[in-house]
Design a protein around this ligand. Structure first.
Ligand SMILES: Cc1cc2nc3c(=O)[nH]c(=O)nc-3n(C[C@H](O)[C@H](O)[C@H](O)COP(=O)(O)O)c2cc1C
Length: 176
């Protein structure tokens, strides 16, 4: 299936938002999530990756995941070019990897073990689980872009997940 790209949906830009950014953030902070990293490779072999919590399982048949990337994300540019990305769920021992991919540093992969997967995206070693996706749809909305990926391959290594809640990393209580 060809990727479809739709322009920004109609969110009125000139209206005052009903909720302030700080109230929005304070609300969103209450939701506990896992931590994911999206990676992509460009045509010259350049690699990029971004830490995200904006990720949702979308459909089982066909198998789809969606990720929400800031319009200013460098990785989003490579995902658009490559029409593919890899999605990783981090373990509780990988907060350092989360910090690297949440940064804007030039080579995020220099200290991170990885290999190039079947669909061309970098696959980070030792994660909880990884999925290789090809882009099915890209929709810009607000200051983020929703990227829908069709899952082409999965690897599940297992372990304890890295969590994120109220601006801090956490692990499951009772986790080993
Ligand atoms: C816990 C956490 C969650 C984040 N969630 C998202 C997200 O869902 N989408 C996003 O675009 N950026 C998210 N970010 C911010 C990006 O990781 C950050 O802007 C990064 O520097 C972007 O890198 P890039 O421009 O190289 O792609 C998150 C950061 C952290 C620490």
């Amino acid at each position: 299936m060809d990727a479809q790209v739709s322009a920004g949906a109609s969110v009125p830009a000139d209206e005052e938002p009903a909720v302030s950014p700080s109230d929005f953030r304070s609300f969103a902070d209450q939701f506990a999530t896992g931590v994911a990293v999206v990676t992509a490779s460009g045509p010259e072999g350049e690699k990029s990756g971004v830490t995200i919590t904006g990720v949702t399982s979308l459909s089982l048949d066909p198998p789809l995941y969606l990720v929400c990337l800031d319009n200013g994300s460098n990785t989003l540019g490579l995902v658009r070019e490559a029409k593919a990305f890899a999605l990783h769920f981090l373990t509780k021992d990988q907060s350092d990897i989360s910090r690297v991919f949440a940064s804007k540093q030039a080579d995020k992969f220099s200290g991170v073990g990885h290999a190039i997967g079947e669909t061309g995206s970098p696959i980070i070693h030792g994660v909880l689980a990884a999925a290789e996706c090809v882009v099915l749809r890209i929709t810009a909305i607000g200051d983020h872009t929703i990227v829908v990926g069709e899952v082409k391959a999965t690897t599940v290594n297992g372990g304890e997940p890295l969590l994120y809640h109220r601006g801090a990393y956490a692990a499951l209580e009772g986790g080993s």
